[in-house]
Design a protein around this ligand. Structure first.
Ligand code: ATP
Ligand code: MG
Length: 275
């Protein structure tokens, strides 16, 4: 009895084979190689059909379609979209408690001088909240959808460049924060078509003890509530609720995908299909 060779497994995984197919066993090497060729041909055919369907159908890959659904739902829910720079100053990260020696600090991609690629959207949103609070009556809520960069160990759940949705409401009445947080999470999860989620209390290096949204053991969102110890540095004094979702993680959770790399920014995959 033998299973697929590591090379065969790798190829079948790339083509989108599920765990059950990958773990099949065979009487001998001939039977195994025959099964490999058959499965690889079937999967490659399915991939070509999926690419053809993309070209003649939606013409927009799943990650961007998800972005569109989220934007529509959040607009409908009264939030305002913002667009901020992906390059941030080191000072902004220090104000988030991200120091070079911290866990997050070691994951930051540094550019020249004191600049870096943002590992999170929160510092930019903090700044906009403070500025908009001078203009807009509270409560008001803003969100951004954009790339974030972390030198996270690559694996089935981590990308170096991923898409974050961060939404934050300023001026939520103190007593309503928990309910509002869950309400906003459900707006996003429903728009993404994600079911089977649970809210789990978890410790975050940046925010302390906060609620996460988890789907079958996969964290898709971390949340935070203010007033918060970080608020002082940003001159924020009113209560707030904030949520950060990974869009590629939402797709992995929704479609039960074997790896996150197939739905992220890629030269090897388009819309989940290996090229
Ligand atoms: P994890 O513990 O899974 O590495 P995290 O707690 O460090 O995630 P957060 O800082 O809470 O991540 O970021 C908010 C969300 O962004 C996460 O819930 C996840 O959906 C997504 N995310 C974070 N890091 C990555 C990454 N490297 N690749 C893809 N998505 C990510
Ligand atoms: Mg988290």
């Amino acid at each position: 009895m033998s299973g697929f060779t590591p090379t065969q497994r790798q190829r079948l995984h790339e083509l989108g084979a599920g765990a059950a197919a990958l773990d099949e066993t065979f009487a001998d090497a001939t039977a195994r190689d025959q099964a490999f060729r058959l499965l690889a041909t079937q999967l490659a055919g399915a991939g070509r059909a999926a690419l053809e369907a993309l070209r003649t159908g939606p013409r927009v890959p799943a990650l961007r379609r998800l972005e569109g659904s989220l934007r529509a739902a959040l607009t409908q829910a009264g939030l305002v979209e913002v667009v901020t720079p992906a390059i941030v100053g080191g000072e902004a990260l220090r104000k988030m408690g991200v120091e070079p020696g911290s866990e997050m600090g070691t994951q930051v991609f540094r550019l020249d001088g004191d600049r870096c690629l943002r590992p999170m959207l929160a510092p930019n949103l903090y700044t906009l909240l403070r500025r908009l609070a001078r203009v807009w009556k509270q409560p008001f809520a803003i969100y951004e959808i954009g790339s974030c960069f972390r030198a996270d160990t690559k694996g089935s759940r981590h990308l170096n460049e991923f898409t974050m949705l961060n939404l934050v409401e300023l001026g939520t009445p103190l007593a309503d924060r928990d309910e509002r947080l869950r309400e906003l999470a459900v707006v996003v999860l429903d728009a993404a078509g994600v079911t089977g989620y649970e809210f789990v209390l978890k410790h975050s290096e940046v925010y302390g003890d906060e609620l996460d949204v988890v789907v079958a053991g996969l964290e898709v969102c971390s949340t935070a509530l203010g007033p918060h110890a970080l608020d002082d540095a940003w001159a924020i004094t009113d209560p707030w609720v904030g949520l950060g979702f990974g869009l590629e993680r939402l797709l992995v959770a929704r479609d039960d995908l074997a790896g996150i790399e197939r739905v992220g920014r890629s030269l090897s995959y388009l819309d989940g299909v290996r090229l």
